[in-house]
Design a protein around this ligand. Structure first.
Ligand code: UD1
Length: 361
């Protein structure tokens, strides 16, 4: 196959979703170019993930950085258009739901370059989430839609997307997790916090709806402070959240252990041996389901319903009582073990590259 594939990444959750695709294309010696938009740029949010996932260095780095949604999206679009004009790819592959995903899909579609979307069809049905808008736009511009769970296909069909474009391939984020989790656990990342396996919880919090308004963020941290008195909680703090906490002068209990965003291996190692996870992330809901670790999602909706119906995830929103009650249940051992969803088996990227090769044959 002499076609050129252009893979694009931009922000932290893209790296583990796209790494398996990039590596599988490389294994099959399919020509590719890797573009990093630079939406995330701190070492701990970007470079360290490339290193730990064994990703090749990007061929092109757009260096767009942070800004308002419109300005960030516009900068990615202008820079990526030049890449497409110069490199003339035959397919652009994007993953997930970040601003880079949508911006790049829009540019490629307008240049009549087919787009493939990894993790297509997920819907929270909440258009106040920037990610929901990014998903809808990317999906409707894509020729190949790779879904992770059955709900993806149902959502896309309801939106009028042709059946033959949709391919249920499984979950690339799980490909990365299964490949690296054993090594990650062997590194005993809990030692750095003076903790032992299953004796701690893990918290992540970065969604604008949870962190931007102190009236929501403060009670959330307060309830975690209380919970942490029975179970120490490690909290790798996203740059956005750190800034908001500082601004509002929010205090944390000594048993809520703050640290910088963690490298991939440290994070999945800690997650694998956590007693429970509290999060507003999308991907972590899926990773905890695979690891069979109880997960409380600090949101009122999820675009990943399979983690509720088959997995260990439950929605607790931002209701302190609900959060505390659920933690008590978990600590009493009253929590479903869950079942790993279909095709979350470490082979999603193999299926994706099979479909891509078939398209070009
Ligand atoms: C983005 C994604 C979100 C994803 C999250 C994971 C969008 C709309 N959102 O949100 O879906 O779950 O990444 O982290 O694309 N910053 C740094 N260093 C960095 C990157 C960001 O300090 O390397 C700070 C900047 O102050 C920036 C803020 O974090 O303004 C937010 O970054 P941004 O990329 O706009 O969105 P995230 O909140 O990270």
């Amino acid at each position: 196959m002499t076609k050129l594939i252009c893979n694009v990444v931009g922000a932290r959750p893209n790296f583990m979703k796209m790494a398996p695709v990039v590596l599988e294309l490389k294994r099959r010696r399919i020509p590719q170019v890797l573009v990093h938009t630079g939406q995330h740029y701190d070492t701990n949010m970007s470079q360290i993930f490339f290193d730990q996932l064994g990703m090749p260095e990007p061929d092109v780095y757009l260096g767009v950085g942070s800004d308002t949604h419109a300005r960030q999206t516009a900068r990615i679009m202008a820079a990526f258009e030049e890449v497409c004009q110069k490199r003339q790819p035959d397919l652009v592959v994007v993953g997930g739901d970040v601003n880079s995903t949508m911006a790049v899909a829009l540019v490629a579609a307008k240049l009549h370059i087919p787009v493939a979307h990894v993790e297509a069809g997920l819907r929270s049905f909440d258009r106040t989430m920037p990610e929901e808008i990014n998903r809808v736009v990317a999906d409707h511009l894509s020729e190949l839609l790779f879904t992770t769970e059955e709900s993806g296909k149902e959502n896309l069909l309801k939106e009028g997307i042709e059946k033959q474009k949709i391919h249920f391939v499984g979950n690339c984020m799980v490909d990365s997790l299964l490949k690296h989790v054993d090594v990650a656990v062997k590194r005993s990342p809990w030692d750095a916090f003076d903790l032992t396996p299953r004796s701690y919880g893990l918290l992540t919090l970065h969604r604008p709806s949870n962190v931007d308004d102190p009236k929501i963020l403060k009670p959330l941290i307060e309830v975690v402070n209380r919970v942490s008195r029975n179970l120490p909680i490690v909290f790798p703090v996203h740059p956005r959240t750190r800034e908001r906490m500082k601004k509002s002068g929010i205090k944390v209990a000594p048993s809520l252990i703050l640290c910088d965003p963690l490298p991939y291996l440290d994070f999945i190692g800690l997650m694998a041996k956590a007693r429970l996870v509290l999060t507003d992330s999308g991907g972590i809901q899926e990773e905890t389901t695979v690891l069979k670790v109880p997960c409380l999602t600090l949101r009122w909706n999820t675009e990943r319903p399979i983690t509720l119906t088959s997995g260990t995830n439950r929605l607790v929103g931002t209701d302190p009582q609900k959060i505390e009650r659920s933690v008590t249940q978990i600590l009493k051992g009253k929590w479903p073990k869950g079942k790993r969803p279909r095709f979350w088996d470490g082979k999603a990227a193999v299926r994706i590259v099979d479909v891509i090769q078939k398209k070009f044959r």
